[in-house]
Design a protein around this ligand. Structure first.
Ligand code: B3K
Ligand code: ZN
Length: 878
C-alpha cells in the first residue's frame, strides 16, 4: 500500500464540475443496499472545458453507470479504491449510477451503517463517498430528493432531509417515503434513518409566525428521556432568533437518537442525528453535567443550521469557520440560560487542560491547518475550542453591537455559499470598522501564546506601568522564530491593598475600574496614572484571550484577588493559581523526601470562602475544586506523575481534615427536598454538597464514608448517586465500595448510558488493581469494542483520567491501550486515532516512561494502518 499523502490548502482548486440536483433511491438491505443516484451536473464556470470528471467512492460495488441515459463502456471510465474518473463528459449532463453497499459490515460508522435495529448515516466529513460516487466536497452544493425503501415491519419509519413529499406501499411487504430538501447543501449534510422508531412531537412558532413541527425519534424504551432535549431545542430556537436574528427555515426539524456514533451529534439539514448520550436524559439516569451537555449539544447542532448549513465551508481547512463560530454560539447560549460565570470557568478549564495540551503536543496545528492526511483527525479541541475563543476575542474587540452587525452581514452576504475564514473575518472588520489583518494570524499560528507581564509602581509619580511581552513557542512545522506577535484583547483592572478597585486612568482618559487594552506587538507598556498606592493587577479578566499569562504574584496577592476581585472568573483563577502553588510546594517536599505541609494561605482562603455568605453558590462550588491532575501536569516543565497524584491527594485530605466541621455544615445545608430539576440553582446546590462530601471522604474517616453510603442508598437522583458511588468505589473501604458497585451494575444492566457511567467510575479507581478491573470489564456483556461510547467510557476514561495507573512504570497501562488501538484500527479508524492520544503525550515525562510509550507506538506502527492512525503515529514519533 502506498504511503498516505498530505493535501494542502494552498493547492485548492474549485471542482471541475458542479452538481445542481440529486435524486437518490435507497433499497435498504443489511448486506446489500442498492443505491441509485441521478446527478444533474455542469462544468464549473471558472474551470476550463474538457477536464475529466472525478468522483469519490469507497467500498462501493458499481453495478451501473450512464451519462444522459447512455451506459458507459468499461474503457470510458477508471475505477480504483477511492475514485471513479470519467475521461470525457459534456458541459452539462445527467449522470446515473447504481452501487451496492454493505451497511451491516460497516464498523467505521461513516456512510450508511446499522446501529441497534436501525439504519443511519454519518457523512461529515467524507462519509457520503461510502454511499455513492459523488464529488464529495463541501463546495459542491445541490438540492436533494431521496426515496427510501424498506421492509414495512422492520423499518416502519423512513427519514431523510427536508420534507416528506410522497409515501406508499410496495410489493413484498416493502414501503417507501420520498423526501425533498429545497435548500442546496453539500453532501456532508445528507442523512438517512430507517428503523422501528417512535417519536415525541412538539411545535415552535418562529418570530415571523411560521409553524415548525419538532420531532425527536428514539427507540421505544427511551421515550421517557426526550423531554429535556425538546425543551432545550425550543430554548435554542428562540435564543437564536433573539441573539442573532436567525429563524428556522424548514417546516420540520427532526432529531434521532442512535447508540453507535463516533461523535456527539451531527447537524444534517432538518434531520440531526445524535449519539444517544448527547440527547437522552432524565433525573433517574442522568447527572447534572450531562443535562447541561445535552442542552449545549442540542443547541450547537441547531445553531449549525445557519453557521454551517446555510453558510458552509469552502473546503475542510475552513472547518473552524463553522465549528469555532458554532461553539462560541452554543457557549453564549448556555451562559445565558444557566450560570454565566460557571459556564466560562468550565469552558476555560477544558481549553486550558485539553486544548493547551494539544497545542503543546506532537499533533499541534493551527485553527486553520495548512495540510492534512486525514481530515477526520482535525475535529479537534484546537479547531473547536480555540476556534471559539477567536470568535470571542472578535466580539471583545468589536463590542456586542458591532459584532452582531458583522454576524448579520456575514449571514446575509454569504447565504447559500461555501466560504472561507477570510469571509467571516472581513464581515467583522467591515462592520466593526477595525483592521483585522494581524488578527488573522490567530488562524495560522499553532501553539499557546505566552504573555509575560510585569508591574512597576512609581509612588512619587503615582504611576503604575504594566509591561507586557508576548511570544508563542515553537510547534511542529512552525519554529519559534517564525511566530509573529498576535492582536489580542487584554481585559484588566487594579486592586488596592484592601481589595478595593482602583479607578483606571490610561493616557489621560478615565476607563472605569475594568478596561480592555489591545496588544499588537511583541512588547507593550501601559501607563496607568493617578494610582494612589501599589496595586495588585487583575489580568486577563474573563479569560479575554486564549493565552498563558505569567505574572509574579505572591500568595497574599492571590488571596486578595480571590476575596475581592470584581471579576468572578479571575477570583476563581486566582484561587486556582494559589492551589497550584500549594500543590507544587507539596510535590517538591515529596520529591525531596521531606515532610509536606498545607499552605496556610490556601487554608485561609478556603476558610474565608466557607465562612463568607456567597450569592453565587455555583461559582463557590467551582472555587472549592482543586485543579485536576491533568491541569497540574500541563503546568510542569517535567511531569512527575506520582508526585502530582500524591500531592493533590495530600492537599485534598489536609483541607478536609482542617475544615471538617465546615464541610460537614456545607454538606448538610445543601440537602434539598425539592423534586429534581436540572436548573442551575439546584445544580449549584448539588455541586456544593458533593464537593463537601468529597473533602469529608478524603479524610478517610468512616463517618464520612457512611454519609456517602447513605446518599447512595437514598437514591434521590443520578447526580447524587453517582457522586456517592464514585467516592465509595474509589475509597479503600472495599466492604462499602464493592457491594455498591455491584448493586448499581445489576440495577442498571438494561440501560447502556448508565452502564457507561458504571464503567467509567470503576476504571478511574486510583488503586493499583484497577488494570485487572479494566480487563475484566472488557469482557462484560455490556461492553462492546464496536460501540464508541463503551470504548470512551472504559478505555478513554482509564487512559485520560486515571493518570497514575495509565502511566504505571511496568508499562502495562500503555500496553492495554495500545492493544485496543490496534484492534480499533481495523474496526473504526476515527475512534482508534482518538483513543491513541494519551499515548502520544510523552514529551515531558521521565525517560523510562517515554521509552515505554514510544515502544507501544512503534508496535502500533508495525500494523497496516488506516490513514487516521498513520498520520497521528507519524507525528508522534517524528
Ligand atoms: N459537525 C459534526 C462533526 C462530525 C465529524 C465527524 N468526524 C458535529 C458538530 O460539530 O456539530
Ligand atoms: Zn459543530
Amino acid at each position: 500500500m502506498a504511503e498516505p499523502q498530505a493535501i494542502h490548502l494552498k493547492d485548492y482548486l474549485p471542482p471541475a464540475y458542479l452538481v445542481d440536483d440529486v435524486a437518490l433511491k435507497f433499497d435498504l438491505d443489511d448486506h446489500a443496499t442498492r443505491v441509485s443516484a441521478r446527478l444533474k451536473m455542469r462544468r464549473h464556470p471558472q474551470r476550463e472545458a474538457g477536464l475529466p470528471l472525478e468522483l469519490f467512492g469507497t467500498a462501493l460495488r458499481l453495478t451501473h453507470i450512464a451519462i444522459e441515459g447512455q451506459p458507459l463502456d468499461e474503457d470510458e471510465y477508471r475505477l480504483d479504491a477511492e475514485r471513479l474518473v470519467i475521461a470525457k463528459v459534456p458541459e452539462r449532463f445527467e449522470l446515473t449510477t447504481e452501487v451496492i453497499i454493505d451497511p451491516a459490515a460497516n464498523t467505521a460508522l461513516e456512510g450508511l451503517y446499522r446501529s441497534s435495529s436501525m439504519f443511519c448515516t454519518q457523512c461529515e466529513p467524507e462519509g457520503f463517498r461510502r454511499i455513492t460516487y459523488y464529488p464529495d466536497r463541501p463546495d459542491v452544493m445541490a438540492t436533494f430528493t431521496t426515496t427510501v425503501i424498506g421492509d414495512r415491519e422492520r423499518l416502519p419509519v423512513l427519514l431523510s432531509n427536508g420534507n416528506p413529499t410522497e409515501s406508499g406501499e410496495l410489493p413484498n411487504g416493502r414501503h417507501f417515503v420520498t423526501w425533498r430538501d429545497p435548500f442546496p447543501k453539500p453532501s456532508y449534510l445528507f442523512a438517512l434513518v430507517a428503523g422501528a422508531l417512535e417519536k415525541v412531537e412538539d411545535h415552535f412558532t418562529t418570530v415571523s409566525g411560521r409553524q415548525v413541527t419538532l420531532q425527536i425519534w428514539v427507540e421505544r424504551e427511551n421515550l421517557d428521556k426526550t423531554e429535556f432535549a425538546m425543551g432545550a431545542l425550543k430554548r435554542a430556537m428562540k435564543w437564536d432568533e433573539e441573539a442573532y436574528g436567525r429563524e428556522y427555515d424548514l417546516d420540520l426539524f427532526m432529531i434521532v437518537a442512535v447508540n453507535d456514533f463516533n461523535m456527539g451529534a451531527m447537524e444534517n439539514k432538518g434531520l440531526n442525528i445524535f449519539n444517544s448520550s448527547a440527547v437522552l436524559a432524565n433525573p433517574a439516569t442522568t447527572v447534572d453535567a450531562n443535562f447541561q451537555r445535552v442542552e449545549g449539544i442540542v443547541a450547537h447542532e441547531y445553531f449549525h443550521n445557519w453557521s454551517g448549513n446555510r453558510v458552509t465551508c469552502r473546503d475542510w481547512f475552513q472547518l473552524a469557520l463553522k465549528e469555532g463560530f458554532t461553539v462560541f454560539r452554543d457557549q453564549s447560549f448556555s451562559a445565558d440560560v444557566n450560570s454565566a460565570p460557571v459556564k466560562r470557568i468550565e469552558d476555560v478549564s477544558v481549553l486550558r487542560t485539553m486544548q493547551f495540551a494539544e497545542d503543546a503536543g506532537p499533533t499541534a496545528h493551527p485553527v486553520r491547518p495548512e495540510s492534512f492526511i486525514e481530515i477526520s483527525n482535525f475535529y479537534t479541541l484546537t479547531v473547536y475550542e480555540k476556534g471559539a475563543e477567536i470568535v470571542r476575542m472578535l466580539r471583545q474587540l468589536l463590542g456586542a453591537e458591532r459584532f452582531r452587525t458583522g454576524a448579520d452581514l456575514y449571514f446575509s452576504r454569504f447565504d447559500g455559499q461555501a466560504v472561507r475564514v477570510e469571509d467571516f473575518v472581513s464581515s467583522m472588520s467591515e462592520a466593526g470598522d477595525v483592521d483585522l489583518t494581524r488578527f488573522m494570524r490567530w488562524y495560522a499560528q499553532a501553539g499557546t501564546p505566552v504573555l509575560d507581564v510585569e508591574g512597576e509602581y512609581d509612588a512619587k509619580a503615582q504611576v503604575y506601568r504594566l509591561k507586557v511581552r508576548q511570544h508563542t513557542p515553537a510547534t511542529p512545522g512552525q519554529p519559534a522564530e517564525r511566530k509573529l506577535p498576535l492582536h489580542l484583547p487584554l481585559r484588566l483592572g487594579l486592586l488596592d491593598a484592601g481589595g478595593a478597585a482602583i479607578p483606571l486612568w490610561l493616557d489621560g482618559e478615565s476607563r472605569g475600574t475594568d478596561t480592555v487594552v489591545e496588544l499588537f506587538e511583541a512588547e507593550h507598556e501601559f501607563r496607568f496614572e493617578r494610582v494612589p498606592s501599589a496595586p495588585v493587577p487583575s489580568l486577563l479578566r474573563g479569560f479575554s484571550a486564549p493565552v498563558k499569562l505569567r505574572f509574579p504574584y505572591d500568595r497574599e496577592q492571590l488571596a486578595l484577588l480571590v476575596k475581592y476581585d470584581e471579576d468572578g472568573f479571575n477570583r476563581w483563577d486566582a484561587g486556582q493559581r494559589l492551589a497550584l502553588a500549594a500543590i507544587e510546594e507539596v510535590m517538591l517536599a515529596l520529591q525531596a523526601g521531606a515532610e509536606p505541609r498545607l499552605d496556610p494561605t490556601l487554608l485561609d482562603v478556603f476558610t474565608h470562602l466557607l465562612d463568607t455568605p456567597s450569592d453565587d453558590l455555583a461559582v463557590l462550588a467551582e472555587m472549592l475544586k482543586l485543579p485536576s491532575e491533568a491541569y497540574i501536569a500541563g503546568e510542569q516543565e517535567a511531569i512527575d506523575i506520582d508526585a502530582i497524584h500524591q500531592a493533590r491527594r495530600f492537599v485534598t485530605r489536609a483541607l478536609g481534615e482542617a475544615l471538617e466541621p465546615r464541610f460537614r455544615a456545607l454538606f448538610e445545608a445543601n440537602q434539598s427536598e425539592a423534586p429534581y430539576a436540572p436548573s442551575f440553582e439546584q445544580i449549584a446546590q448539588r455541586s456544593l454538597r458533593n464537593v463537601a462530601l468529597g473533602y469529608l471522604c478524603a479524610t478517610g474517616g468512616e463517618k464520612a464514608l457512611h454519609l456517602a453510603q447513605h446518599q447512595f442508598e437514598q437514591d434521590r437522583n443520578m447526580t447524587d448517586v453517582r457522586a456517592a458511588l464514585t467516592l465509595l468505589a474509589h475509597s479503600d473501604a472495599h466492604q462499602l465500595g464493592d457491594p455498591a458497585v455491584k448493586a448499581f451494575g445489576e440495577r442498571w444492566a438494561h440501560d447502556p448510558l448508565v452502564m457507561d457511567q458504571w464503567f467509567a467510575i470503576q476504571v478511574t479507581r486510583p488503586q493499583p488493581d484497577v488494570l485487572d478491573r479494566v480487563r475484566f470489564l472488557m469482557r462484560h456483556p455490556a461492553f462492546s469494542i464496536k460501540n464508541p461510547n463503551k470504548v470512551r467510557a472504559l478505555i478513554g476514561a482509564f487512559a485520560n483520567l486515571n493518570r497514575v495507573n495509565f502511566h504505571r512504570l511496568d508499562g502495562e497501562g500503555y500496553r492495554l491501550v495500545a492493544d485496543v488501538v490496534i484492534e480499533l484500527n481495523r474496526l473504526n479508524p476515527d475512534i482508534a486515532a482518538r483513543i491513541v492520544t494519551p499515548l502520544t503525550r510523552f514529551q515531558r515525562l521521565d525517560a523510562k516512561r517515554q521509552s515505554l510509550m514510544r515502544a507501544e507506538l512503534e508496535r502500533i506502527r508495525r500494523e497496516p494502518l488506516s490513514r487516521n492512525l498513520f498520520e497521528v503515529i507519524e507525528k508522534a514519533l517524528a
